[in-house]
Ligand binder design. Sequence first.
Ligand SMILES: [Zn+2]
Length: 129
Amino acid sequence: MSEPSKTDWRLDNLTSMRGFVFRWQRYRVVSEAWDHDHCSGCWAKFSEFPEQYSEPIQTEGWVTLWPTEDEPEPELIVKARTSGWRVEPSPKYGGFQLNWVCKECYELFGAGLDFVADAQHPQWGLAGI
Ligand SMILES: [Zn+2]
């Protein structure tokens, strides 16, 4: 495996998660309206039901918590909804949303971004998951 480039677009996507705490787990569907997620780095798709898709699907990966308290909805989302699109807010867990990172991105960039693998961290209890 070659060293990841410092200008890799996946690294750019993950930089805001520097120092975040992760744990490895199976991907579970949250609700009918939220049946898949994407890797925060490379946008690989996560789903509990890979047979429903024609592209490669991640069924497990590294998950972290992203604080979302009192964030107003982005203007883009408000506009989409008012023009008739069905837009689902991401599910929230005690003020957090889940963000997923695929195995490859974690292995390539996790050390450089000080990712912490800690399944016992108190943050999981705060989110109630
Ligand atoms: Zn990825």
